[in-house]
Design a protein around this ligand. Sequence first.
Ligand SMILES: [Zn+2]
Length: 312
Amino acid sequence: MILKSPEKTPHLSHLEILQSRSHELEPERILAYGKELAGFLGESSLPYFIDLATLPSHQDLYGLRLPYNGHFFQMDSLLLFRTFLLILEAKHLKGKLYFNEANQLIQLKDSEEESIYDHPLIQAELQKQQLTSLLNQLGYPPIPIYTLVAFTHRKAHLSFHHEDMLPLQRLPFRLTELSKMFRDPILSIDQLRGLGKKLLSLHQDRKYDFITDFRSIRNGVFCPNCKPVLMKWYYGKWICRKCQFRDHQAHISALKDFYYLFGNMINNKQAKWFLQLDSVYTTSRMLNQLELPSTGGYKFRRYDLSPLIQKK
Ligand SMILES: [Zn+2]
């Protein structure tokens, strides 16, 4: 059972929106986006292959980020069984992958320089130590924690053989083996469920800095078909300037962009600017129709965009 599905983090959404809405995109932001996206794609490819294994009941949590001793640690996926816990890291890297003498993971892509990464099993081992201490603090009995790394990219060329660092296709077989290795139940079914709920309640998304310079961002409502072409509000509907696509609700997606870029609160002036509307009255009507929680009097009203994100 999946308790927490693989999903885009708010930070990934932020970086993704910047790719299309920044007037000038810094190279670090492009790199950060690539890295976060690879992480998400790696996580997302796991559930299918986990499902292919024959396993006793388990609770799966993806992208869990837990506080421990004043900092956070994050696991791509954590599978909870009654007999053991499994930290499963996803590495979404393509190209030739090998280890150097210092045990670093090296990635070699066509015509590109090599990239160096920490040893993924050592990374997982560090997470294991923190998770062990956290579970101890929470009062759970000692339970074995196993670490595994799956290489999820279709074009990953692994030039090493290791039973716990494997291509995705081998994951189901290894999972079945592991579940047979750990036979003694340590948690009752209720404890297993309780642990899943507890860990989920401790999860915290990573915070990121909102954009403070409004001028650095491209405003307007994008046409879903020909993004980043803008749509114009014309007699009660949005019309694309290029393909003539019409839509009554296109501002909702733009307001979600606003949320990830600038934060959850918006006022009339900001919405009028961001949606490129001509009048404060149209803006006000549009915001009111969304029935968002708001604060402040008529003139200084601020709306909370959070419900648009939660609805999905
Ligand atoms: Zn269009």
